[in-house]
Ligand binder design. Structure first.
Ligand SMILES: Cc1cc2nc3c(=O)[nH]c(=O)nc-3n(C[C@H](O)[C@H](O)[C@H](O)COP(=O)(O)OP(=O)(O)OC[C@H]3O[C@@H](n4cnc5c(N)ncnc54)[C@H](O)[C@@H]3O)c2cc1C
Length: 269
């Protein structure tokens, strides 16, 4: 089994079952990465699970690390730790073990990063809309933290969907970004407003509504088209496929290295 080559520097609870993890390498240097890429994390099967988890759906061999990929949320200029925004899956193999870690505990982090879900392929004058559910926000935090202040001349928008307001991770930081950067708009949406202890005055519903009701066009004050905007989709696979279908009906085309287009996606399961 590989050595546990990293340490949990800080765990920040966003809401029950939602945490930000800052993980530092032990005795090696973090690789350069492009914002939007991901890095695998792992723990041995002998690592304890949180007591409030459920029996795991599947467990691997006792002599192998349990490994899963996670999108990096930190800026590409942050070279002392990688930050991850992770949701606990109660019957999952890895996340109930990750959530049981305390600051200073060891884990495994791959010394390489992966992925093509980046801004690299798109000209700097194309506007960008980031659609995310839940922890699908993670790669966008890295892109915004790395590029927002440096790339001028393009408009940016984050449309973030969650069940309730307390599940809208990074909300304070995104509100601040919006205040400091007039080219950036933050559009949070919740789908269970009846559970809010304080009335929610923002947008309600699922992400498709934001598209159908032109929330971004209104926020930017211009018509969003496949010619002027690239759309990123990240998070729950059903959201990603549903939104992609809707966007294709509106004239957007799937992007790949071989066939440049106007919609790029990353599904989390
Ligand atoms: C490229 C990539 C990047 C990713 N980045 C992130 C990230 O930044 N943050 C993050 O939280 N996750 C991310 N994921 C998902 C992550 O890799 C794991 O799949 C997830 O954490 C569950 O792992 P687990 O071992 O606890 O559950 P598993 O044992 O793998 O799964 C148990 C069961 O839960 C289901 N399941 C898995 N994930 C979810 C989910 N999110 N919601 C509901 N059910 C689920 C599985 O289909 C399975 O039925 C990413 C996945 C990919 C492919």
């Amino acid at each position: 089994m590989e050595a546990l080559n990293a340490v949990l520097q800080q765990k920040i609870e966003v809401a029950p079952g939602l945490c930000i993890f800052r993980i530092a390498p032990l005795g090696w240097s973090l690789p350069d990465f492009r914002p939007g890429q991901y890095c695998p994390l792992g723990l041995p099967p002998s690592a304890p699970r949180v007591p409030y988890s459920e029996p795991p759906e599947k467990e691997g061999p006792a002599d192998q690390l349990i490994k899963r990929p996670y999108s990096i949320a930190s800026s590409s200029s942050q070279d002392s730790y990688l930050e991850f925004y992770i949701k606990m899956v109660p019957n999952g193999a890895l996340t109930p073990r990750l959530f049981a870690l305390k600051n200073g505990d060891r884990l495994w982090m791959r010394e390489k990063v992966f992925g093509m879900f980046t801004l690299d392929d798109f000209p700097k004058d194309r506007n960008v809309i980031f659609f995310a559910t839940g922890t699908g926000l993670s790669p966008y935090m890295s892109m915004l933290r790395s590029h927002l202040m440096a790339d001028s001349g393009r408009k940016w928008a984050v449309v973030h969907g969650a069940l309730n307001s307390w599940d809208l991770g990074y909300r304070d930081e995104l509100v601040l970004m919006e205040r400091f950067c007039s080219d950036f708009k933050y559009i949070p949406m919740i789908s269970a407003p009846e559970k809010e202890p304080v009335p929610w005055h923002g947008h309600v519903g699922f992400l498709d509504l934001a598209w159908k009701m032109n929330y971004v066009d209104q926020a930017w004050g211009l018509k969003v088209t496949p010619e002027n905007t690239v759309i990123f989709l990240c998070g729950h696979p059903m959201m990603v496929s549903g939104m992609e279908k809707l966007l294709i009906e509106s004239g957007f085309t799937p992007h790949s290295k071989k066939t440049p287009g106007s919609v790029i996606k990353e599904s989390f399961t």
